[in-house]
Write a protein that binds this ligand. Structure first.
Ligand code: SF4
Length: 74
């Protein structure tokens, strides 16, 4: 099933998009959190929403960047 078809069927797409801070606007998975998470997990990364906006804009979604970002806040 294509991402476009999945978006049409997703009952949460509106809320997902309202909560998405991703600045990579040409992504075909935007709003499909399940696909977004799987994609980034395969690449040993986390989705945009795990990062504050300023960090998210670097598009560095690595585990290393996540730890670097939050290590002093936990
Ligand atoms: S976090 Fe990654 S997969 Fe998710 S919408 Fe942004 S670019 Fe796409």
């Amino acid at each position: 099933m294509s991402y476009d078809d999945m978006k049409k069927k997703c009952p949460n797409i509106k809320e997902n998009l309202e909560n998405c801070n991703c600045s990579y606007t040409s992504c075909d998975k935007t709003g499909l959190c399940c696909q977004c998470l799987q994609y980034h997990r395969r690449n040993q990364e986390l989705p945009a929403c795990f990062f504050p906006d300023g960090v998210e804009k670097t598009w560095d979604r690595s585990f290393r960047k996540f730890i670097e970002t939050w290590k002093d806040k936990v």
